[in-house]
Design a protein around this ligand. Structure first.
Ligand code: MN
Length: 514
């Protein structure tokens, strides 16, 4: 039995506008750089990634982005009484694929939980998520630190959940409009350990996560459209301290630059706060992109505020070893594996490897070329210079690039064998992209680009040139070695530009240096 009492609406409300750190969001005065240097930044990121499934996480509604408002709905995503969720298997497969790519442990028994909260775009009044049994634990992401060295950022967990609908506050002068197309779209939430120490590391971590989800094709990674969103847990502590300071959560940032800026701003704000002898309030803050600052949104809720409990409408789901093995067998080569292969096995510069692994299909294209040539540096140059600029200029995706990787390998072979010069190969490339099935050698012949590398054909030309300039030959023999270039020019002219410069130089030197 409880006594009747009058509900006081003020109970539990937190007077945000007078939070002790309110004034700290004003520009600090008089705090010198060496004061900032005493502190260490601690950041953990929570990344929500929308999965590219066809239907929603717990219903058969379309999960496609866009569509007329409230058309991708059903009793389940509208939260109507009696509607029951059904697990979309693809959601779990994608989460497992990601977990395997990030070297996580995959959980055998998966339970789902209700996370209860009220929001207008959450008609059920709860989100179906995973609480005590995330599908993935542990695992890590390798990023570059501020000095360009590899750094391991460990993961706490990855769990599966559903997105909420979208509230639009700017479409109508009086009302907030609600679109529930997004309600129930599957998400994975990737939670890192607080291993991130600088805003640059946070940026690099997000870049890496985006690269991986795109590579696996489980999320389009488009931050502007909200398919990848980031919350940052930020705190500061004196260097050398072993306990963490009070942390502040900055919510729902949809650009990597914003995440970086929010972290920089928070670090400064929190240090100023501590330096003034004030305590940092654990709260949730908003990032304002226009000013580059954060502001208090609400006092930080803790897990128990959500009254998690097991979802009674979804039975636990068991993931077998066979299923995991099956998913593993579909795993494409990962960017970091390819990066290692390119730098360590193929001895390509890190810069090349970075560019080549940036896009999955470009990496696969490159992989195809190097099946057919041993000159991997030439293959890398063709990718990075000619192919990429052609794609950029024409706004094309490599998937729609019709020239076969074997054709590129053929062109490399033509250059390496001395049949065409590299500038001639570029002319051939211009023709090939117009006519992707053509043979490079045939084009070279048609355009009269075949180099003369037969020394018996070049030798008479060299003799002719040397006979024409006896005085210059004397000067050369007396030490004016720079004249070689002039002789070369004459030989090339005599050959109509078709002599292989390498062979011509050799013959010239042989004849002049006796
Ligand atoms: Mn979440």
């Amino acid at each position: 039995m409880v006594k009747e009492y009058i509900n006081n609406p003020k109970i539990g409300l937190y007077p945000i506008s007078f939070s002790p750190c309110f004034f700290a969001s004003l520009p600090p005065y008089g705090i010198m750089q060496d004061v900032y240097d005493k502190y260490e930044l601690i950041v953990g990121l929570e990344v929500h990634a929308q999965l590219l499934t066809q239907s929603k996480a717990y219903s058969a509604d379309s999960a496609e982005y866009g569509g007329n408002p409230n058309t991708h709905t059903s009793p389940t995503s509208l939260g109507l009484p009696g509607a029951l969720p059904v697990m979309n298997e693809k959601t779990l497969e994608y989460a497992i694929l990601l977990g395997l790519a990030l070297k996580c442990d995959i959980r055998y028994e998966n339970q789902f939980a209700r996370k209860n909260y009220f929001y207008a775009d959450l008609p059920k009044g709860y989100q179906i998520t995973q609480d005590k049994t995330p599908i993935c634990n542990n695992g890590y992401v390798i990023i570059k630190d501020d000095n360009g060295k590899d750094k391991k950022i460990e993961l706490e967990r990855i769990h599966v959940e559903e997105d909420a609908g979208k509230s639009m506050h700017d479409q109508d002068p009086y009302d907030t409009l609600i679109d529930l197309n997004r309600a129930g779209v599957p998400l994975v939430e990737i939670v890192s350990k607080p291993d991130i120490r600088t805003s640059k590391e946070a940026y690099n971590y997000l870049t890496e996560i985006r690269k991986i989800v795109r590579h696996l094709e489980i999320c389009d990674g488009n931050m502007e459209e909200g398919s990848l969103r980031c919350d940052a847990n930020i705190s500061v502590r004196l260097k050398g301290a072993t306990t963490y300071g009070k942390r502040v959560e900055v919510k729902n940032m949809n650009s990597m630059r914003h995440v970086q800026k929010a972290i920089e701003h928070e670090m400064k704000r929190q240090i100023d706060c501590v330096e003034r002898g004030e305590t940092i309030v654990q709260e949730t803050r908003n990032f304002d992109a226009a000013t580059g600052t954060t502001s208090a949104m609400r006092s930080k809720e803790s897990a128990h505020d959500y009254r998690y409990f097991p979802e009674p409408d979804l039975p636990p789901i068991f993931i077998t070893q066979e299923k995991i093995a099956e998913i593993k067998s579909t795993m494409p080569p990962l960017p970091d594996e390819l990066f290692r292969k390119y730098t360590q096995e193929l001895k390509l510069p890190e810069y090349d490897a970075y560019i080549l692994t940036d896009n999955k299909y470009e990496a696969l294209y490159f992989e195809e070329i190097i099946q057919h040539t041993t000159n991997v540096k030439a293959a890398s140059n063709w990718m990075m210079v000619h192919i990429k600029s052609y794609l950029n200029e024409n706004g094309l995706d490599i998937k729609r690039f019709e020239v076969k990787p074997t054709t590129i390998a053929d062109m490399i072979a033509l250059i390496d064998s001395g049949k065409v010069s590299s500038s001639a190969a570029q002319q051939i490339f211009v023709e090939i992209v117009k006519n992707p099935t053509a043979d490079p050698l045939t084009i070279a012949q048609q355009l009269n680009l075949i180099q003369e590398s037969d020394s018996s054909a070049i030798e008479p030309l060299v003799d002719e040139v040397l006979a024409k300039f006896p005085a210059k030959v004397m000067e050369y023999k007396e030490g004016k070695k720079g004249l070689l270039g002039m002789f070369m020019g004459e030989v090339m002219k005599a050959s109509g530009g078709k002599a292989d410069p390498k062979v011509a130089t050799e013959i010239l030197k042989k004849k002049l240096d006796v």
